[in-house]
Design a binder for this molecule. Structure first.
Ligand code: DON
Length: 321
């Protein structure tokens, strides 16, 4: 067994007994998750897979979708046109904050908070809502490398209770940031959040970003390499919401979390990491996920600044002992 696999198993044992945090309940369907679910998966840029726990358990991707839809909007609109609608400033505010839109431009601060994600989703090209959804599913299919589907009960649950997102979308319409039918845009946003994934899928998606946009198995260029740097930058500064600063300090891995309990991390040129455990803290981040990433970063020197100072010992841990 490799040192990495042994370490993942020890992390799983160490943090399985941790029961703090709550299931997300503002989307009623998410309370059906099992609080004991816990998985860690790592896929290397050259396609080696390491996993432990419930790594094939299905759940909805939630906010982690924002990373990949941002990539799609970059390809659809280009960097400058997208920047006119959505900024790249961290907010230090909760993910669903209604308060901040840039005072002058009225842009949402960044594509990882809900306001920015809704604006980003509105820029996905396609004549009909069905065309836009199909293009989005195709994009996710390319990252995941199998057929993908939407959890309709979660989608309906979000659509029925998403009044705060509806308020944000109407505010964006008022300021001319989004231009067409609010309900169609919200549907697509709720659909992207309701995409069904497992922890292994998330690690594969993160590994594709780590591998300059080339899927480690299929070798398909899933996203233009030029845009991978943009995506990873925004993950680094904004991916963990009002924990982004402390995360950059303690963990130092470009990452994105979702309220269903997933966190992905990208180690450029090396690997994608995913943790899934649905007990989250008040900021919406998986509590076991935070712990696992902190330990992994510490153990293998995965903090971006450790990488750049040559302190990373990740490659050594992949081979069998
Ligand atoms: O907008 C929402 O409320 C959800 N569909 C996504 C929220 C989410 O995952 C935020 N992340 N922590």
């Amino acid at each position: 067994m490799s040192k990495l696999q042994t370490f993942l198993e020890s992390l799983h044992q160490k943090y399985q007994p941790l029961k703090s945090g709550k299931l997300a309940s503002y989307i009623p369907q998410l309370t059906k998750a099992n609080p004991d679910w816990f998985a860690i998966a790592i896929v290397t840029a050259d396609g080696r897979v390491f996993e432990v726990g419930n790594s094939t358990e299905n759940f909805t991707i939630q906010s982690i979708s924002k990373v990949f839809v941002y990539g799609m909007a970059l390809e659809d609109c280009g960097r400058e046109a997208l920047l006119e609608k959505v900024g790249v400033e961290p907010t230090g505010d909760p993910f669903d904050s209604v308060i901040r839109l840039d005072e002058n431009s009225k842009r949402p601060d960044n594509p990882m908070v809900n306001a920015g994600a809704i604006a980003t989703t509105s820029l996905i090209k396609g004549n009909e809502p069905g065309d836009r959804l199909n293009r989005m599913l195709e994009m996710f299919r390319n990252y995941i490398n199998r057929d993908v589907f939407i959890d309709v009960s979660v989608f309906v649950s979000e659509k029925a209770t998403g009044h705060r997102n509806r308020a944000l979308a109407n505010l964006l319409l008022n300021f001319g940031i989004i231009e067409h039918n609010v309900e169609e845009i919200l549907d697509l946003y709720f659909q992207q959040c309701s995409l069904v994934v497992n922890c292994q899928d998330l690690a594969m998606m993160a590994a594709t970003l780590a591998n300059r946009g080339i899927h480690p198995f299929t070798k398909q260029q899933v996203i233009k390499p030029d845009y991978v740097r943009d995506i990873i930058s925004v993950m680094y500064t904004c991916g963990m919401y009002n924990y982004a600063g402390e995360w950059a300090y303690r963990v130092g891995i470009p990452a994105k979390s979702g309220v269903s309990g997933g966190i992905i991390g990208v180690i450029p040129e090396r690997a994608g990491i995913a943790v899934f455990s649905p007990l989250i803290d008040e900021r919406g981040n998986s509590i076991r996920g935070l712990k696992v990433f902190e330990d992994l970063s510490q153990e293998f020197g995965l903090h971006l600044l450790d990488l750049s100072m040559g302190k990373c010992n990740f490659s050594d841990c992949l081979e069998s002992k």
